[in-house]
Design a protein around this ligand. Structure first.
Ligand SMILES: Cc1cc2nc3c(=O)[nH]c(=O)nc-3n(C[C@H](O)[C@H](O)[C@H](O)COP(=O)(O)OP(=O)(O)OC[C@H]3O[C@@H](n4cnc5c(N)ncnc54)[C@H](O)[C@@H]3O)c2cc1C
Length: 415
């Protein structure tokens, strides 16, 4: 099969006028989803006191239910032609443009959809798998990710290799028809649920980036043991993953042997862009200031000059980041970022803004943030205060992101 470039794809499928597409999408959404009302009418003291959750950490029964709902919705949406709007027709996509996609997203945002969190890697891994995967997986895996048939995770970090992935020790050695993987990965988000994972492994002992390769791993096979890690938020969404002679067929090598760093770097770049876009635009009432303003008023802190000043600075910073990430997210799915600063700055903006918001909440709540006195909208902010530190770490720590901006964007000498 002749591979179509991403630029060529943009030109395909532009035939359906956006207005006609929008009418079709609106009818589909109307017929299948309840309209979203709760977010638009956030009122302090009303509804469930869930706080601002940065991570989804339900118990396992709820997790199973949510995943099943999410899978069912994905299947329905995909089969109606709205699941992979800008994807190529020969791989199951609708072959339409980014403008159609944006239109659909705007419309879908007006409805209550099942949580998308478990399948969020579809947009991140699919372009990379299509670019680096061999024909069989490049043609089948993205469709399965978008349709919710497969859920994925990323196995990069190890106990002694996080920022410095070149210290990774997990090894892949050739065997009959493929590779045998051995080693330990850690902090693997959602590995306990995932069907497949992209794994970064050493395939040679030569120094430097050519020593590593990336593979698509079947997470449900013997030889893959997933052990949950509980973090300070109380949830256990991360895992250690032990690989003991886990088999990967040759067909699941991504790129060439020795190209693992390039593959991983592209995934991380797309991930950063997606993170900034997703969370900065979240409807939790944090990014748009609704909830923070309501908190300040409810705690009678609205007349304190320093709190007012911080509140305005925080809301302005979220607003600026939203503009940036809306622009940046338009490019997610295009060829990975080599020198575009948008994803790096989006990630950093998100970290900074959440820290700012978290500090403000801590100041306004004082001891109410640390002990549950039953008062609505106080202790529940814990999910933000305890979850926020993780944002400074995942998909590249703040320091690593700043280094990348210095070196790759500004062209400063290597650290
Ligand atoms: C919420 C969350 C989800 C995650 N999900 C995944 C996942 O799904 N898959 C996965 O593989 N990993 C995942 N991780 C792991 C994450 O990628 C690593 O924690 C991260 O890369 C940092 O690595 P480390 O923890 O080993 O810290 P280290 O790399 O040891 O860093 C420790 C400190 O040193 C600083 N530092 C390190 N190197 C430099 C440098 N060169 N210059 C300046 N400062 C430096 C860091 O900024 C940091 O402050 C997740 C982590 C979190 C918090």
């Amino acid at each position: 099969m002749v591979k179509v470039t991403l630029a060529q794809e943009a030109a395909i499928g532009a035939e359906e006028p956006v207005e006609e597409f929008a009418a079709r999408a609106a009818a589909f959404l109307e017929a299948n989803l309840p309209p979203r009302t709760a977010r638009a009418t956030f009122v302090w003291g009303e509804g469930e006191d869930t706080g601002v959750k940065l991570w989804e950490e339900p118990d396992s029964d709820e997790e199973r239910t949510r995943m099943a709902d999410s899978r069912a919705w994905r299947r329905k949406r995909f089969d109606a032609g709205f699941g992979w709007i800008d994807g190529p027709v020969d791989q199951g996509g609708a072959g339409l443009t980014k403008e159609h996609l944006r239109t659909y997203r705007r419309l879908e945002a007006q409805y209550q959809t099942p949580s998308d969190t478990y399948f969020k890697l579809d947009k991140i891994l699919s372009p990379v798998i299509r670019k680096y995967g061999q024909e069989a997986i490049a043609d089948s895996i993205p469709r399965a990710l978008y349709r919710g048939e497969l859920m994925a995770c990323e196995l990069f970090s190890e106990p002694d290799a996080g920022s410095d992935l070149f210290s990774a020790r997990a090894k892949a050695v050739p065997t009959d028809g493929g590779w045998l993987l051995n080693g330990q990965k850690v902090w693997t988000s959602d590995a306990h649920l995932a069907d497949i994972g992209v794994v970064f492994c050493r395939t040679s002992s030569v120094p430097g980036k050519e020593a590593f390769s990336a593979f698509l791993l079947d997470m449900k096979q013997p030889g893959v043991t997933v052990v949950p890690l509980r973090q300070m938020t109380g949830g256990a969404a991360f895992n250690e993953v032990y690989l003991d002679d886990a088999f990967v067929p040759d067909a699941n090598l991504l790129g060439k042997v020795g190209q693992g760093w390039e593959v991983t770097r592209e995934i991380l770049a797309l991930e950063r862009a997606g993170i900034g876009a997703g969370l900065n635009r979240s409807g939790s009432g944090l990014a748009n200031g609704t909830r923070l303003t309501a908190l300040v008023k409810a705690m009678h802190a609205q007349d304190e000059p320093l709190i007012r000043q911080e509140l305005i600075k925080t809301i302005s910073a979220f607003w600026a980041a939203k503009q940036l990430t809306t622009r940046g997210s338009d490019k997610v799915g295009a060829s990975a970022y080599k020198s575009d600063p948008t994803p790096l700055i989006s990630k950093l903006a998100l970290s900074n803004n959440l820290r700012r918001a978290s500090d403000l909440v801590g100041k306004v709540l004082g001891p109410k943030a640390t002990a549950d006195n039953g008062e609505w909208g106080t202790y529940s902010w814990n999910s933000l205060l305890l979850g926020e530190p993780g944002v400074h770490i995942f998909a590249g720590t703040d320091e690593i992101v700043r280094n990348s901006i210095a070196e790759k964007v500004l062209g400063l000498p290597r650290d």
